[in-house]
Design a protein around this ligand. Structure first.
Ligand SMILES: Cc1ncc(COP(=O)(O)O)c(C=O)c1O
Length: 404
C-alpha cells in the first residue's frame, strides 16, 4: 500500500521529506475531501437548524464524537467533547477541578508547556503546591519519585497530570502504573496523549485515567479541533468552564439548565468541518494501520525506522542524542557540537527536509539537561527508509560545511 501517494502535499512538493509529524501531521486526501464536502454540501451550524442540511450536519457531528469514543474505547460518546486542541483540554481541566490552598498537583519534568503553564497559574492563584515527577535514566518518569510524593502528601495530592509520550525524548511513560499509584490517594488523573495518539493504541478504560486529551492535527486530522475524554460521572459533577450558546437547555433569571453530555462542555459554534474531519481521519488511520498489518506490525516498522535513524545519527561526528541510550518511538532529538539547531534545520530545508529546531515547547526539560534547545526528527505513517537515509546523508553534509 502506498501511503505517501494518499497525501497531496507530497505530490505538490516533489521530493519533500517531512520529519516534523510531532509538530503536526500531514493530511490525507480523504480528510481534505471531507472538509470540502462539508462546506460544499451540508454547511450549517450544529444543534440548532430545523432543516435538512442542518440535520445532516448534526448527524455527522454526533457521529464524529462516537468515532472518537470508539477509537479510544470510552464507554460512550457522552464522555467525549471537542475543544480547539490538547492545550485547551489541559486548560479546561486545570480551570475546572476544585483546588484549595496546600492541595498538591503533580506534573513532571518532561511536560510540554501546555501541561505546565495552566497548572502554574492555578498554583499561583490558589496557593496549590506544584510538584514534578523526576525523569529517570531511561528517559521515562521515575515511579519511585511519584511514590515518594504519594507518601509525603497522601490525600492532599489532588491531581496527577502527565504526558503519555514525550515530544522531545520520544519515550513512552507507563501511564497505567502512574494512574494506579495516583489512585491510591484518590488523585484525579489526567493524561496528555498529544503524541501517543498517533503512535499506539489508546484505551482509556485500560489506562484507567479520569481525563485524557489529544489534538486532531497530530493524528492526520484537521487543525482547530481537539478532544477531551472524561469519565461521565465527573462530567456530570463539573461546572462548565466555557459558557454561551448551545451548552444550555434553558436560561432564566436565576436558573440555568445545562445541555446533555457532552454538549454541556461545547459552548459556542465549534470547528464543525474539523470535527467531522477528525472522525474521517481516525477511520482512515485505523484502516491504514490494518492494511499495514495491524498495530504490532505498524509499531515494528516504526521501531525499525527509529533504530535506522538513531544508528545513522550515531555515525555523525559530534552528535549527542537528547536522553542518550533510551527507548524511543518515532521521535528523536539531538545536538551536534558547535552547530546551532536552527542552522541544522535551515540547511536541511535547502534539501526539502523538514525537521524542528528549538525547545519544542519543553524548555524546562531542556534546561534540566543543560541544553539550549535541540533538533528533532519525528516520524509519521508516510515516512520511509529512504527518507531516513537521505536525511542522514544530508546531515553529514551539514556537518562537513561547519567542520571545514
Ligand atoms: C506532549 C504534548 N502535549 C501537548 C501539546 C500541545 O498540542 P496542541 O498545540 O495541539 O494543543 C503538544 C504539541 O506538540 C505535545 O507534544
Amino acid at each position: 500500500m502506498n501511503i505517501k501517494s494518499q497525501f497531496p502535499i507530497f505530490n505538490n512538493n516533489k521530493g519533500l521529506i517531512y520529519l516534523d509529524s510531532a509538530s503536526t501531521t500531514q493530511k490525507p486526501e480523504a480528510v481534505i475531501d471531507s472538509i470540502v464536502q462539508q462546506y460544499s454540501n451540508n454547511n450549517s451550524n450544529v444543534h440548532r437548524g430545523l432543516y435538512k442540511i442542518a440535520y445532516k450536519t448534526d448527524t455527522k457531528w454526533v457521529e464524529a464524537h462516537s468515532i472518537v469514543a470508539k477509537y479510544i474505547n470510552a464507554k460512550s460518546y457522552k464522555e467525549v467533547f471537542f475543544t480547539k486542541n490538547s492545550t485547551e483540554g489541559l486548560n479546561w481541566i486545570a480551570n475546572t477541578v476544585s483546588l484549595s490552598p496546600d492541595d498538591v498537583v503533580v506534573i513532571s519534568e518532561m511536560e510540554h508547556h501546555s501541561n505546565v503553564l495552566p497548572w502554574m497559574k492555578v498554583s499561583k492563584e490558589k496557593g496549590v503546591i506544584l510538584e514534578k515527577i523526576k525523569v529517570s535514566e531511561e528517559g521515562t518518569l521515575d515511579l519511585s519519585h511519584l511514590k515518594e510524593l504519594v507518601s509525603k502528601y497522601g490525600n492532599r495530592m489532588k491531581v496527577v497530570s502527565v504526558l503519555h509520550q514525550s515530544n522531545v525524548l520520544g519515550t513512552v511513560n507507563n501511564v497505567e502504573e502512574i494512574v494506579k499509584v495516583a489512585k491510591t490517594v484518590g488523585a484525579l488523573t489526567v493524561i496528555d496523549a498529544a503524541q501517543s495518539i498517533a503512535h499506539m493504541e489508546i484505551d482509556v478504560q485500560k489506562i484507567g485515567c479520569d481525563v485524557l486529551v489529544f489534538s486532531s492535527h497530530k493524528i492526520y486530522g484537521p487543525s482547530g479541533i481537539g478532544v477531551v475524554y472524561c469519565k461521565e460521572e465527573l462530567l456530570n459533577s463539573f461546572e462548565p468552564w466555557l459558557r454561551g450558546g448551545e451548552m444550555v437547555k434553558s436560561v432564566e433569571e436565576d436558573n440555568i439548565l445545562y445541555n446533555d453530555l457532552p454538549w454541556k462542555f461545547e459552548a459556542g459554534t465549534p470547528a464543525i468541518e474539523a470535527g467531522i474531519g477528525l472522525g474521517i481521519a481516525l477511520k482512515w488511520f485505523e484502516k491504514s494501520v490494518e492494511e499495514l498489518g495491524g498495530w504490532s506490525e505498524f509499531k515494528r516498522k516504526e521501531k525499525a525506522l527509529t533504530t535506522l535513524l538513531v544508528d545513522g545519527l550515531k555515525e555523525i561526528e559530534g552528535i549527542k542524542l537528547v536522553g542518550g541510550e533510551i527507548e524511543r518511538e518515532g521521535i528523536v532529538s539531538f545536538n551536534i557540537d558547535g552547530i546551532h539547531p536552527h542552522d541544522i534545520s535551515s540547511l536541511l530545508d535547502e534539501n526539502g527536509i523538514c525537521v524542528r529546531a528549538g525547545y519544542h515547547c519543553v524548555q524546562p526539560l531542556h534546561q534540566k539537561l543543560g541544553l539550549n534547545g535541540s533538533t528533532r526528527v519525528s516520524l509519521g505513517i508516510y515516512n520511509t527508509k529512504e527518507d531516513i537515509e537521505e536525511t542522514i546523508k544530508q546531515l553529514k553534509k551539514v556537518v562537513n560545511i561547519f567542520r571545514k
